[in-house]
Write a new protein. Structure first.
Length: 364
């Protein structure tokens, strides 16, 4: 069986290092916010190109805490997309703010800046740019819009660890970057974990306080919560961070193979902005017969995914309640066309060939 993503295979790649690191943490008797977290925060900030990074419990918390650190909350509005993981909108609402959703660019599946003006109000405080599938949002027009309207720009980099926009790592460009390190991510823990990155030292300190009860010297200065990163996950992420660029290159190599072999089939292949160095968290194609193709591949032992099968604004929890642009036609139409093909660093050449051959057979 060829899975869409396969974190257990990555564990096997670094198993001896990971097991030694886990054992060392257990023997240290320091399990929460210890040396491993501190080292990870420094190494990740150095990698991303920011002055600070802060470890938190997961990616959803990363967004919520980032918003709270920016003083975005009750009575405020945050613009983002509906074509994203529900976690993005859940985090906005957890902060007390109101999510306002806009349509996406039909070429790159990311936030369409042409829709920002129509949803801007006096209550708008921030924009969350969701970098999707390992590709980047075209940030320049959004940065300009934020500057003109005095808005914060938060980057949701949960699907794009290591990707670059105009030579800069994603997560270093906006006011603050938020990362999920869920096991299937390009930089994935063996469990849950998250990171927040910023070049603002005061903001980083505020994130640190909020993640642990608002403490400063064990006195609650702010209204905080418990979103601490544990030492075992930090130790695992430190190991995987060393290999992230190599693993991302393996993803690009698989993507290149797909582009070469699938170019003549009736498939819409992923488009990459010319200013972006992608990391192919997912390889998302568009086809006319989505469900039939997924079923066909499954019979061949190939598990393809749909990211995402339902726009957030159409989920029962949000339908009729969450505010969105009048025109959400691109978001609503592509969910019936997109398919995520298997892609991960450990995917073998023979497995890639099986996938390509199966697609060729389907379209014969």
């Amino acid at each position: 069986m060829i899975l869409c993503s396969n974190p257990s295979e990555q564990f096997k790649s670094y198993q001896s290092e990971i097991e030694l690191a886990i054992t060392a943490v257990i023997r240290s008797s320091s399990y929460i916010l210890g040396e491993q977290v501190s080292l990870l925060e420094k190494e990740f900030a150095d990698y991303i190109g920011t002055s600070s990074s802060v470890g938190v419990a997961n990616g959803t918390d990363a967004i919520e805490i980032a918003l709270r650190a920016l003083n975005v909350g009750f009575g405020d509005e945050v613009i983002t997309v509906s074509h994203t993981a529900v976690a993005t909108i859940a985090a906005i609402e957890a902060s007390g703010a109101k999510a306002v959703l806009v349509d996406i660019d039909p070429k790159f599946y990311t936030l369409n800046p042409n829709h920002l003006e129509e949803v801007l109000t006096k209550k708008t405080k921030a924009i969350i740019a969701v970098h999707l599938y390992g590709n980047a949002v075209d940030l320049d027009p959004i940065l300009s819009f934020c500057e003109t309207n005095q808005l914060f720009l938060i980057e949701d980099v949960s699907q794009a660890h290591g990707a670059k926009y105009k030579g800069r790592r994603l997560g270093s460009i906006g006011d603050i970057g938020c990362f999920s390190c869920y096991p299937t991510k390009n930089l994935g823990a063996i469990g849950d974990a998250g990171l927040v990155s910023t070049n603002n030292l005061d903001l980083a300190e505020k994130v640190r306080m909020i993640r642990e009860y608002g403490w400063q010297n064990r006195t609650s200065i702010l209204q905080g919560r418990n979103s601490r990163l544990d030492e075992i996950q930090a130790a695992i992420l430190r190991i995987k961070l060393k290999y992230l660029d190599t693993d991302n290159q393996k993803r690009r190599n698989t993507a290149k193979f797909y582009y070469e072999k699938l170019s003549l089939l009736p498939i819409v292949l992923p488009k990459i902005h010319e200013d972006v160095e992608p990391v192919f968290h997912l390889f998302v194609i568009q086809v006319a017969k989505q469900k039939k193709l997924i079923s066909f591949l499954k019979k061949k032992g190939i598990i393809a995914g749909i990211h995402y099968p339902l726009p957030v604004h159409l989920h029962p929890a949000y339908k009729g309640r969450v505010v969105h642009s009048e025109d959400m036609s691109v978001t609503e139409s592509i969910v019936n066309k997109v398919i995520s093909l298997p892609i991960y660093p450990e995917l073998s050449n023979s497995e890639s060939n099986l996938i390509v051959n199966a697609l060729g057979e389907f379209f014969e």
